[in-house]
Ligand binder design. Structure first.
Ligand SMILES: Nc1ncnc2c1ncn2[C@@H]1O[C@H](COP(=O)(O)OP(=O)(O)OP(=O)(O)O)[C@@H](O)[C@H]1O
Length: 270
């Protein structure tokens, strides 16, 4: 369990990124922080592995205040996936995946074996292992980023807009892969996005943020849709627009679900 207690963060230049943020992220589930640019998502995410330390308040992992933990050791136990994959360009894929294991003192052969296994877990063909990152597609590079983050089998996985830079089709593919992985691996995932559809798809808990890390609403996607807290949330999740207002139309004996603009969204099962 990750717990934020009354967190505030003001950077050295005086920017207040987070005012007063409290939240519990249950273990073995995915919490998505979603909000517009600059609302403090990345700042909050990076507090979990102490890339950013709060100015006030505490972050606890399994009831332990992480301010008391060694930063380097903490980071090696928490997987981190960034938007631009963050791979080392001059190192082969397999060596990128194995990096943290090697830093942890695992011998070369064992590190490679584990890295090949985790590449398979994330759906990467072994033949890509000896390529360099630039020789891979954007989607493949992101998978390598995920493999690298999972290689030490961390309990916590931090993902900062990991699918933001790939095209919509690859993005959908990576999203469903992540859902599959989560069913298989059961990690505690903190995921940052500005895309509400992605948040609803991936999140067990979705946290909608306003500027300064203010929580507009936190809850399961269905609960947020059923009872949006206010007009801000209603508008943010698109309830004021057509595509969330679905209704059923009969057509040739089938029941088609259409949005307010009449665009078909799917078919109701009999
Ligand atoms: N190192 C820093 N020094 C000063 N201000 C910072 C620093 N990092 C972030 N900020 C500011 O803190 C606020 C929150 O930034 P943060 O990156 O957490 O937002 P975000 O929601 O992740 O945005 P985005 O979606 O654009 O990445 C912004 O106003 C940003 O400019």
């Amino acid at each position: 369990m990750i717990e934020y207690r009354a967190i505030g963060k003001t950077f050295d230049d005086g920017t207040q990124a987070v005012g007063d943020f409290s939240l519990v992220m249950p273990s073995r589930s995915t919490t998505v922080l979603v909000g517009s640019s600059g609302c403090g998502k990345t700042t909050l995410l990076r507090m979990v592995n102490r890339m950013v330390d709060p100015t006030t308040g505490q972050v606890l992992i399994d009831d332990v205040d992480i301010a008391t933990r060694n930063k380097v050791q903490l980071r090696r136990r928490i997987g981190y996936v960034m938007q631009e994959s963050g791979l080392l360009p001059h190192r082969k894929v397999i060596d990128n995946v194995a990096t943290v294991l090697r830093l942890n003192g695992v011998d070369r052969k064992q590190a490679r074996e584990r890295s090949y296994a985790v590449m398979e877990t994330v759906g990467l063909d072994a033949s890509l292992a000896t390529k360099y990152p630039a020789q891979l597609s954007g989607g493949q590079q992101q998978r390598v980023g995920v493999a690298r983050a999972l290689v030490t089998d961390p309990n916590i996985l931090l993902m900062d807009e990991p699918f933001g830079a790939v095209d919509p089709i690859v993005r959908e593919e990576l999203q469903s892969e992540l859902l599959r992985l989560q069913r298989e691996l059961d990690k505690t995932i903190v995921f940052v996005t500005h895309d509400i559809d992605e948040a609803f798809l991936l999140g067990d808990q979705v946290v909608i943020l306003k500027k300064g890390g203010e929580v507009a609403q936190a809850g399961a996607p269905a609960d947020i849709l059923a009872s949006p807290a206010d007009d801000f949330v209603r508008s943010f999740v698109g309830l004021d627009k057509g595509h969330r207002r679905l209704h059923v139309q009969e057509r040739d004996g089938a029941r088609i679900v259409v949005d307010a603009l009449g665009k078909p969204a799917g078919v109701l099962e009999p």
